[in-house]
Ligand binder design. Structure first.
Ligand SMILES: [Zn+2]
Ligand SMILES: [Zn+2]
Length: 139
């Protein structure tokens, strides 16, 4: 298998929002919480933690936010045309971006080494061997 080369281009489903990921993510996490099940319309969501300087976005995005279990604000950017979620962030930590990486052109990076909120995961999903798990959000 070829090595993953950067930058990797990403785009929402309609192509209205595009971006470039310039370097490898710091961490790739699967979250099994109910909010992420809704978000992904699946059993869990995958997030790539990246520095804000590691990604260049173009195109118009809409903003939505909610209070997270931790008390932090979980803010989200999404494409107003196709609704594809692009990234999440905490407004108090603007240097960190929680990229929703499944719309990158090279999806080999969506290989989580950490699974969180496994207390809410679907019973049929078996956690792969060799990954770290947390019942809820790690502190
Ligand atoms: Zn779109
Ligand atoms: Zn979650």
């Amino acid at each position: 298998m070829d090595n993953i080369t950067y930058p990797i281009k990403g785009a929402c489903q309609c192509g209205g929002v595009t971006y470039e990921l310039l370097e490898p993510p710091l961490l790739v996490v699967a979250c099994h919480c109910k909010e992420c099940q809704k978000l992904s319309t699946s059993a869990f969501s995958i997030t790539a933690m990246v520095g804000a300087n590691s990604v260049n976005f173009s195109g118009l995005m809409k903003n939505w936010s909610r209070s997270a279990d931790s008390g932090n604000i979980s803010a989200a950017k999404f494409c107003p045309t196709c609704g594809n979620r692009i990234y999440h962030y905490n407004p108090d930590e603007p240097d960190k971006i929680k990229l929703k990486p499944s719309n990158l052109s090279d999806t080999r990076i969506i290989n989580p080494t950490l699974h969180v909120w496994v207390s809410e995961k679907q019973d049929w999903f078996k956690i792969p061997e060799g990954v770290k798990t947390f019942d809820k959000q790690p502190q």
